[in-house]
Design a protein around this ligand. Structure first.
Ligand SMILES: O=C(CO)[C@H](O)[C@H](O)COP(=O)(O)O
Length: 214
C-alpha cells in the first residue's frame, strides 16, 4: 500500500517546506484543493520540480470540463488529478482522455456520493486509475463519523481504491487490511508537531504489516 500525503496548506512556500520534510517517507505528494485554488497551477510545477521522483497528485475535484482541467494540471506537472465521481460520465471520460494523451492518470473522488460501491465500478469502467473512497473535512466533523464505512465500501467495490478521511496511525492498519492501494493522510501529517516523524511512523506501520518479500 502506498502512502499519500495530502498537503492542505495554503501557499506554495508552506507546501514545499512540508514536502521536503516528508518526501522520504511518502510515495505520492498531494496538493490539496484549497492550495491549488489559492496558489494556482504553478504550485503543481513547483512541487514536481522539487520532487521529480514522486507522483504529484493535483486534487482538482473537477466537476465539469474534465479534459480541459486535467490537461492544464498535467501540463503543469501533475501525475494524477482528481475528478468528482459524481460528475457526468462525459467529464470523467474527458479527463481520462487527457491523462492518456499525457501518459498520466485520473483518480475519481467519491466524496459525498450516495452509492460509492456502484459508482466505483462504473468509474473503473470509464478508465480511472483508482477511486478515492473519501469523507471530506466537513463530513469528518459530523458527530458519529467513522472511517469504517469507507473501508467497507472500498472492499466491497472490488476495484482499486484509496482511502481518505481521517487516516492516522491508529487507523492505518485497518486501512491496509481493507485492501486499499493508497492511504491518504492529511492532518495526521501536516498537523503533527513533527510532520516528518508522523509520515515515517505511518510508513513504518505500513511496511510492518506487508507480507515479507520472497
Ligand atoms: O481532500 C481532502 C478534503 O476534501 C483532504 O485532503 C482529505 O480528506 C485528507 O485529509 P485528512 O487526512 O486531513 O482527512
Amino acid at each position: 500500500m502506498k502512502l499519500q500525503v495530502a498537503i492542505d496548506l495554503l501557499t506554495t512556500a508552506d507546501a514545499l517546506a512540508l514536502s521536503h520534510q516528508v518526501a522520504p517517507h511518502v510515495d505520492i505528494i498531494e496538493l490539496g484543493t484549497p492550495l491549488i485554488k489559492n496558489a494556482g497551477l504553478s504550485a503543481i510545477s513547483a512541487v514536481k520540480a522539487a520532487h521529480p521522483d514522486k507522483q504529484v497528485f493535483a486534487d482538482l475535484k473537477t466537476a465539469d470540463a474534465g479534459e480541459l482541467e486535467a490537461d492544464l494540471a498535467f501540463a503543469a506537472g501533475a501525475d494524477l488529478v482528481t475528478v468528482l465521481g459524481s460528475a457526468a460520465d462525459a467529464t470523467i471520460a474527458g479527463a481520462v482522455k487527457a491523462a492518456r494523451a499525457h501518459g498520466k492518470g485520473v483518480v475519481a473522488d467519491l466524496i459525498n456520493h450516495p452509492d460509492r460501491v456502484h459508482r466505483a465500478r462504473e468509474l473503473a469502467e470509464l478508465g480511472v486509475e483508482f477511486v478515492e473512497v473519501h469523507a471530506g473535512l466537513d463530513e469528518q466533523a459530523q458527530p458519529g463519523y467513522s472511517i469504517e464505512v469507507l473501508l467497507r465500501d472500498g472492499r466491497e467495490s472490488g476495484v482499486p481504491f484509496s482511502i481518505a478521511g481521517g487516516v492516522k496511525l491508529s487507523t492505518i492498519a485497518q486501512v491496509q487490511a481493507s485492501g486499499a492501494s493508497v492511504a491518504v493522510a492529511g492532518a495526521a501529517i501536516y498537523g503533527a508537531p513533527d510532520p516528518a516523524a508522523a509520515a515515517r511512523e505511518l510508513k513504518e506501520a505500513i511496511r510492518a504489516a506487508e507480507p515479507a518479500a520472497v
